[in-house]
Ligand binder design. Structure first.
Ligand SMILES: Nc1ncnc2c1ncn2[C@@H]1O[C@H](COP(=O)(O)OP(=O)(O)OP(=O)(O)O)[C@@H](O)[C@H]1O
Ligand SMILES: [Mg+2]
Length: 363
C-alpha cells in the first residue's frame, strides 16, 4: 500500500504538522509527529510576511532552518514506525506561506524542496498553489477536494471548516461540485492579541476570550472590512489581517479592556464563518470542524449557538483527529500530483480549469 507523508506549516506559525498516510481506496492516517516552531524562526518567518530589508537572502536562510526541522521530524516519524525512506512514495510539503497576493499573480511558500529531498532521500512534491494562481485562481483554499474525498460519502449538506490561522470552509452537497472559500481570520488575531497583551502564543480553550464581553461597536467596525463583504472565490492572509489592521481600527475608537477585545475577536471569527456559511449553503445539516480552532471551546460553543439547526462538531466525531486533517491533505495532494489527478477546484478558487498541482523533486 503506498505511503505518503504530508508536512503542513500553517499561517499560525505554531509548528510543523507531519502526517503519515496510507493511500488505498480509503485514506488512512497511520502516524503523526508535531514539531513546535522555535521562537526565533517564528519571529523571522513572521517578519518575512511583510516588506523588509534583504528579504531574498533572509528567506533563503530561513527556509533552510525550516527544512531542517521538517527533515528531523520526518526522520523521527520514520524511526518510530520502523520505516526506511524507500518505503515512502512521496512527501507533500506545503512550505511556509510568506506572501499570498493572487490578485497580483503570485503566492509564495518557502521550504526549499530540493534540500528536503536531499535530507530525506524521499521524493518531494511542493509549490501546490502557484499553478492555480497561474490559471487565474486564488491558489486557496486547496483542501476542499480533500475534504470531499475524506468526508464525501456521507449524505446531506455538509460543510467542513478548518480554523487555522485563517478559517476556510468546504461545502459538500451530494451531486454538486464542492464549493469553498476563506472566511477570514481564524486564530491569527486571537493569537496576536494575546501575545501582545500577555506574552502567550494562544488563548487556550478560548478561556481569556470567554472572560471578556463582546464590544458591539468594535465588532461592527471590524465586520466592515471589504473582505467580509466580497463574495467568493476569495482567499486571504496576513497581508490583510494582522495586528496593524486591528490596531488601526482600535485607534479610531474609545479604549476597551484587553479581554473584551479578545472576546470581540473571537466573535468576529465565529460571525464571519457563520454568515458566509449561511449565505453560501443555508441548509447545512452538519458542520465538521478541524484545525487548532476545534480545541477552542468558547469558539465551538459560539458556532453551535449561532447555528441552532446545524450539528456542529469536531471531525474527531467522524473518526479524524482535527489536528491532522491539513497535513493529511498535503500527503494526499502529493499522491494526486504523482498520479496526474487535478486537485484544484475552479468552483472554489476561480481558476480557468482543473489543474494538476505541485512540482516534483524526485528522490
Ligand atoms: N487548546 C486550544 N485552545 C484554543 N486554541 C487552540 C488550541 N490548540 C490550538 N489552538 C489554536 O490553533 C492554532 C493552530 O492551529 P492550526 O495548526 O490548525 O493552524 P495553522 O498552523 O495556521 O494551519 P493552517 O494554515 O493549515 O490552517 C494555534 O495558533 C491556536 O490559536
Ligand atoms: Mg499549525
Amino acid at each position: 500500500m503506498p505511503l505518503y507523508i504530508g508536512v503542513m506549516s500553517g499561517t499560525s506559525l505554531d509548528g510543523l504538522d507531519i502526517a503519515l498516510i496510507e493511500q488505498d481506496s480509503a485514506i488512512n492516517l497511520i502516524a503523526t509527529h508535531y514539531t513546535p516552531m522555535p521562537d526565533t524562526l517564528r519571529a523571522e518567518l513572521l517578519s518575512l510576511c511583510a516588506s523588509g530589508p534583504d528579504e531574498i537572502a533572509r528567506s533563503a536562510i530561513a527556509q533552510q532552518h525550516w527544512v531542517r526541522l521538517a527533515a528531523q521530524g520526518i526522520h523521527t516519524l520514520l524511526a518510530q514506525q520502523n520505516l526506511k525512506p524507500q518505503a515512502i512514495r512521496a512527501i507533500g510539503s506545503h512550505g511556509q506561506t510568506i506572501r499570498h497576493e493572487p490578485s497580483l499573480g503570485f503566492t509564495v511558500q518557502i521550504g526549499n524542496p530540493a534540500l528536503l529531498t536531499e535530507l530525506t532521500g524521499i521524493t518531494v512534491v511542493s509549490d501546490f498553489r502557484s499553478r492555480d494562481v497561474a490559471a487565474g485562481g486564488q491558489g486557496a483554499p486547496l483542501v476542499p477536494a480533500f475534504h470531499e474525498a475524506l468526508f464525501g460519502e456521507r449524505t446531506g449538506n455538509r460543510a467542513v471548516l478548518n480554523v487555522g490561522g485563517f478559517s476556510n470552509l468546504s461545502l459538500i452537497e451530494t451531486g454538486k461540485p464542492v464549493a469553498g472559500f476563506d472566511c477570514g481570520p481564524g486564530n491569527v488575531l486571537l493569537d496576536a492579541w494575546i501575545h501582545l497583551q500577555r506574552g502567550e502564543n494562544f488563548d487556550r480553550d478560548g478561556q481569556w476570550a470567554g472572560s471578556g464581553k463582546v464590544e458591539p461597536h468594535l465588532l461592527n467596525t471590524l465586520l466592515g472590512d471589504p473582505f467580509f463583504l466580497t463574495k467568493g472565490p476569495k482567499s486571504t492572509g496576513r497581508e490583510v489581517f494582522n495586528l496593524q489592521w486591528l490596531q488601526q481600527h482600535l485607534g479610531q475608537l474609545p479604549a476597551f479592556q484587553p479581554q473584551d477585545i479578545q472576546a470581540t475577536l473571537l466573535e468576529l471569527t465565529a460571525r464571519t464563518i457563520v454568515e458566509s456559511l449561511q449565505m453560501a449553503q443555508p441548509h447545512t445539516e452538519t458542520l465538521l470542524v478541524c484545525g487548532g480552532g476545534a480545541h477552542n471551546t468558547t469558539l465551538m460553543n459560539r458556532l453551535a449557538a449561532l447555528l441552532p439547526s446545524t450539528q456542529v462538531s469536531s471531525t474527531a466525531k467522524y473518526g479524524v483527529d482535527p489536528d491532522w486533517v491539513e497535513a493529511m491533505a498535503f500527503a494526499w495532494l502529493a499522491h494526486c500530483c504523482l498520479e496526474g489527478i487535478a486537485t484544484n477546484r475552479p468552483s472554489v478558487t476561480g481558476a480557468r480549469g482543473l489543474r494538476i498541482l505541485g512540482a516534483i523533486y524526485p528522490a
